[in-house]
Design a protein around this ligand. Structure first.
Ligand code: MSK
Length: 630
């Protein structure tokens, strides 16, 4: 096999990697080859929570009885390591959410004059869930109360997070029985760090239960809050046409790319880039206009709401710069490779860090402040325009791009099944009950240079729809599908099984529904809860013919996501080596014990064919238990 095929399964990406190799430009793909994973840390067998170690529980001692200097066993160490990953992932999503809450508050009180409430209907829906009176009140007063109520999810010392009650009753009962309803997001993260510090919690099951509690604080806390506020401020997505892959960059326009995760500044850049004054400025620099593009999850945010094209997911960030066409790349937080700053020196691209939390040495720093959002966005757009003149001819200049249909919020999925007055999940439940749709898979998570990047996403997407499984995708899973040309209704005609094709044609949807960014995995929780409510399938999330798959995960955030799905009742399958693979006991807890208690589980399976078989097996067993048609 051509050695380049081993790096990316995306043809355009592969050509850029090849171009880079010919020009001696290093990327994550070469670094992944050079740097093999540490075999001890990879399986969770390394403890470094104190300075008597690090203790490597390997070699002759690689048994469950192996102990560190303090006496910590392998299951304790593996469980602690995983809980710390969950805490970090939850912190990332929920800190992002905190900023969204503060932006909503600033918009409501008039302090952030550049933002206002775009989706009043969604605001009222959220206010209703929170028990906040909204009839006849000024919109900004309601928004302020909503923001203040969400802030309680970061400070309440006793009780339950606001959105725990959005889960089906039976799911909530399971959580209460096992004591894993979060009190507040920050408290669960802090307690996770406390419990996993040296000499505190040593019972792997007890540790992992707190891991689940922390993860629920992510899914039903930070992530769901972020999704809702982003919709309130910038609009709830509806289907939108766009394009994906490197061909979205234009040779004769200023190419400005937004990368990272936070939507607020990106929204303002979208707005500012269409101002006549800005377009005139770009023209004064010799460009025909301003072309915006996205990368990773900031891309998903502006793709979902404005149809801004995406250059792809995580592993495309260096490759995008290597097209030679990116005049400026703004980054905020999460999934930003520090390598891009050094790489950009070989081209003309300006890397602009924008978050007070995240800087990269040698990048330009223009700090975002929601109180001056428009002014800052203008400064960034101008800087990109100024840099257009510095564009050289170097670069791989890839032109491939694919059409994409995105924008499937849970509200729209409900609406498309019955219109404004009869919106419901009944048709979806009926299609599953009748066997036209065999089940639903959430295809999510990162793309990873350790496997042929995006390849497992593509394989699973194709095989699952062939087997009549409807896919809901988020994050870089969506980007992998988009840059492969899979996010179109035609995909159903060409590849979907007969039952799924019939449903897609009847409703007019693609067989892979792009639901948004990583935080928007919360939309899947909402959909599953609505399906449970609708009746005919399971009356809780557990037991639904649904599975979550993150085949190429790399981020701690993915672990938090996987765990909140497992705690909610969804069997989850992750690719790659297991980060708890060193401990049979921890592996057993996360699969058998969690399944028994919550009807969810978390597996790690590097073989794509086995991933597919396991997913279909879970779906079929759930169908059998529900006595559904085969
Ligand atoms: S960006 S967490 S690489 S999905 Fe949300 Fe993509 Fe994974 Fe980051």
């Amino acid at each position: 096999m051509d050695k380049h095929i081993m790096k990316s399964a995306n043809e355009a990406a592969e050509r850029i990697i090849e171009w880079g190799e010919a020009h001696k430009i290093e990327t994550c793909f070469e670094r992944a080859e050079k740097l093999k994973p540490c075999p001890i840390g990879e399986k969770g067998a390394c403890c470094k929570v104190c300075h008597m170690g690090p203790c490597r529980l390997v070699g002759k001692n690689a048994e469950e009885e192996a102990r560190g200097v303090c006496g910590a066993t392998l299951p304790t160490v593996a469980a602690r390591n995983l809980v710390r990953m969950i805490a970090a992932g939850t912190a990332a999503h929920s800190d992002h959410a905190r900023d969204m809450v503060l932006t909503l508050l600033a918009a409501a009180t008039g302090e952030a004059k550049d933002f206002q409430i775009t989706d009043v209907r969604k605001l009222y829906r959220v206010a209703g869930i929170l028990g906040i009176e909204f009839e006849g009140r000024p919109v900004n007063d309601v928004a302020k109360d909503v923001a203040l109520r969400f802030l309680e999810d970061y400070s309440r010392q006793k009780g339950e997070i606001n959105y725990a009650k959005r889960a089906p009753k039976k799911t909530q009962e399971r959580w209460r029985k096992w004591g894993i309803v979060p009190r507040n997001i920050d408290r669960e993260i802090a307690e996770a760090m406390h419990r996993t510090s040296v000499g505190v919690d040593h019972d792997p099951d007890h540790l992992l239960l707190h891991g689940l509690k922390t993860a629920i604080a992510d899914g039903w806390g930070g992530s769901m809050i972020s999704t809702d506020i982003t919709d309130i401020l910038f609009g709830t997505p509806r289907p939108v046409k766009a394009e994906a892959s490197f061909g979205i960059f234009k040779e004769d326009e200023v190419n400005l790319v937004v990368h990272g995760h936070e939507p607020s500044l990106a929204e303002m850049i979208v707005d500012v880039a269409s101002e006549p004054e800005m377009i005139a400025y770009a023209k004064s620099k010799g460009a025909k206009g301003i072309n915006l593009g996205g990368m990773c999850c900031t891309a998903n945010e502006v793709l979902m709401r404005h149809g801004i094209p995406t250059a792809g997911g995580f592993t495309n960030q260096e490759l995008g710069i290597m097209t030679g066409l990116v005049d400026a790349l703004t980054v905020d937080v999460q999934c930003i490779m520090p390598a891009i700053a050094e790489l950009s020196k070989k081209f003309h691209t300006k890397i602009i860090t924008t978050s007070e939390k995240a800087k990269i040495p040698s990048a330009v720093h223009i700090e975002y402040d929601e109180h001056r959002a428009r002014e800052i966005a203008r400064e960034i757009v101008k800087l990109a325009c100024d840099n257009y003149q510095n564009r050289k001819t170097e670069g791989s200049h890839i032109t491939d791009k694919f059409p994409v249909v995105a924008g499937f919020s849970h509200e729209y999925i409900e609406y498309m099944q019955g219109g404004r007055w009869r919106a419901s999940f009944r048709p979806l439940n009926d299609a599953i009950m009748a066997g036209r749709i065999r089940g639903v898979v959430g295809l999510a998570g990162c793309d990873n240079p350790r496997v042929p990047s995006t390849g497992i996403h593509k394989y699973l997407a194709t095989e699952l729809i062939k087997n009549d499984v409807l896919i809901v995708s988020t994050g870089c899973g969506s980007a992998a599908c988009g840059t492969a040309g899979y996010l179109t209704p035609e995909m159903a005609l060409e590849h979907a099984g007969p039952g799924l094709r019939e449903v897609c044609e009847a409703i007019g949807i693609p067989p892979i529904l792009h639901l948004g960014a990583c935080v928007d995995n919360s939309r899947i929780l909402t959909i599953l809860s609505a399906m449970a409510e609708e009746g005919g399938l399971s009356d809780e999330i557990g037991g639904m013919p649904g599975v979550g798959i993150a085949p190429e995960w790399m981020s701690e955030k993915a672990i938090a996501i996987g765990c909140y799905f497992a705690a909610s009742g969804v069997p989850v399958i992750f690719g790659g080596e297991s980060p708890v693979g060193s401990s049979e006991e921890v592996t057993r807890i996360m699969t058998e014990v969690w399944y028994e208690r919550f009807k969810g589980a978390m597996h790690f399976e590097p073989d794509p064919e086995k991933m597919l078989a396991l997913a279909l097996d879970y779906i079929d067993k759930a169908r059998e238990a529900l006595k559904l048609k085969k």
